[in-house]
Design a protein around this ligand. Structure first.
Ligand SMILES: O=c1[nH]cnc2c1ncn2[C@@H]1O[C@H](CO)[C@@H](O)[C@H]1O
Length: 481
């Protein structure tokens, strides 16, 4: 008589937990249930196989080593086809595939490589930053046969991608990882500041989002001045104009795409005066384009940057229509850098970028839930940038169990060989969430991305309509195949 009661209790506990997780209370239609069982058959098979052979189980591996197995995954293929809603945490200059960049943006005859002051390879159209002989990329490439050309391109790509065969060698040293990471942005700095390249790059950025079934994005961008072939320069507002034009042209060709907006993002190391100036610039930008330049953020390695607290005076008055989207808590420290999360919340941030350290700060939990401050979780980014090795140990598991308002994003997918959101959704589904988390979880992630996006009511109507349509198509296609 004792045993059935014991088993009932166990089941009740498990049910209660399941209902309390992200997506736990979502109701599925009959068709969704059918698609869900197809998805879950694939997921359970992958987990069972991985339990037997963890050395080939991507969710338990570093992305650089697991990616080849992700590509074999049926779950991943389903996730790729799934409409994922909005892309809410990414840095424009890290979002486009490195392979595409090398193949498409390094072919113009006036592009050179050289070494800068720090002996770092940079792409450039002029010699101003060169501290070595310059090499014309076209000439170098054209002198090679097919096979050597591919080798040459792989070599170039290595300078703009974090991928290494043995990421474990880098792991003990986050400073080194960040150095390699920031070097990439130095390597491409001059390349992307050339207006024609800038435009082609951002067009491709939008295409890659669409190819991954994303219908809207809010990206961090610094809007640094551009120059063009006539040596004309474009100031920050003019760069915003360019970007807006590219987005509008893209929308005209892709009627289902809802749009892309910009979070003005500047480095987290600056004097108070510099910060005050940036806020002035931000206000001008926001004033000119309130529905395009929607907010402000501080970027860079949080551990070596200045704390948000340093700037509370400068950051204390934002236009009522603008928002903060602070990076905060992207750290392994406890009781230091992580206080940025508190300051972000006290400054009324709309969302928190990363919030990796959130489980350590119980005083912040209820405010985050009450004020619906979404946590932008970037699993692969946190792994590549050395916060966690095995993503099953990622702190977002706690946020999922506790149904925090989370969204999943990919930060700089182009820099680590991911694309769009699918890889991060896969890791969220397979490594961060419970084994039995199902289509409800994935659907909730997509719905959250829409819920926590910064949209007008017209845009909201459109995104809901488009998402609903695409979701039904997706469910039908899963059932069909
Ligand atoms: O995860 C991140 N945390 C903080 N800053 C980042 C992260 N990813 C990229 N950047 C910042 O964005 C710039 C490129 O636009 C990079 O230079 C880097 O400092």
């Amino acid at each position: 008589a004792e045993l059935p009661a014991y088993d009932t209790l166990r089941e009740r506990i498990m049910d209660t937990e399941r209902l309390a997780t992200v997506g736990g209370t979502i109701w599925l239609s009959q068709d969704e249930e059918k698609a869900n069982s197809i998805l879950m058959n694939a997921k359970r098979a992958e987990i069972a196989e991985g339990f037997k052979n963890p050395l080939k189980y991507a969710p338990a591996m570093h992305f650089f080593q697991g990616r080849q197995y992700v590509h074999q995954s049926e779950v991943f293929r389903i996730i790729q086809r799934m409409p994922k809603g909005a892309f809410l945490h990414g840095h424009n200059t890290g979002m486009v595939s490195s392979k595409w960049i090398i193949q498409n943006l390094t072919t113009s005859s006036n592009l050179y490589t050289c070494m800068d002051v720090n002996q770092l390879l940079i792409f450039t159209y002029d010699q101003s930053k060169c501290h070595s002989e310059i090499q014309n990329v076209c000439t170098e490439r054209n002198d090679l046969n097919e096979k050597d050309r591919m080798k040459y391109e792989r070599q170039l790509e290595r300078h703009i991608n974090m991928h290494r065969k043995h990421p474990e060698m880098m792991l003990p040293n986050r400073t080194l990882i960040w150095k390699q990471f920031e070097n990439i942005f130095t390597t491409v700095d001059k390349l992307y500041k050339y207006r024609p390249t800038y435009c082609a790059y951002h067009k491709r950025l939008l295409e890659e989002l669409c190819e991954d079934n994303i219908i809207y994005a809010e990206i961090r961008a610094s809007l640094s001045p551009l120059y063009d072939e006539t040596n004309r320069t474009y100031n920050t507002l003019e760069v915003a104009n360019e970007l807006e034009r590219i987005v509008e042209e893209f929308k005209a060709k892709h009627s289902d795409f809802v749009g892309l907006k910009v979070i003005y993002a500047k480095r987290n190391r600056a004097s108070e005066d510099e910060m005050a100036k940036r806020i002035v610039t931000f206000k001008q930008l926001h004033n000119a384009k309130p529905n395009f330049i929607i907010g402000f953020d501080l970027i860079g390695n949080e551990d070596t940057g200045d704390p948000i607290h340093k700037y509370i005076n400068e950051l204390s008055d934002l236009p009522s229509t603008a928002h903060y989207f602070f990076h905060a808590g992207e750290t392994n420290w406890y009781g230091r850098t992580d206080w940025n999360m508190m300051d972000a919340i006290l400054l009324n941030t709309k969302r928190i970028g990363h919030g990796f350290a959130l489980p350590k700060h119980p005083q912040l939990w209820s405010t985050i839930k009450k004020r619906h401050i979404a946590i932008e979780v970037n699993p692969i980014s946190n792994q590549v940038l050395g916060l966690v090795w095995d993503l099953r140990n990622h702190p977002a598991s706690f946020m999922i169990a506790e149904n925090f308002p989370i969204i999943i994003s990919s930060d700089d997918p182009g820099v680590w060989g991911a694309k769009g959101l699918s890889y991060d959704f896969y890791y969220a589904f397979m490594a961060l969430a419970p084994a039995e988390a199902d289509l409800r979880f994935l659907k909730q992630l997509a719905l959250n991305s829409i819920k926590y996006a910064t949209l007008t009511s017209d845009e909201r109507r459109k995104i809901n309509r488009v998402f609903q349509k695409k979701w039904l198509e997706f469910i039908a296609s899963v059932i069909r195949n």
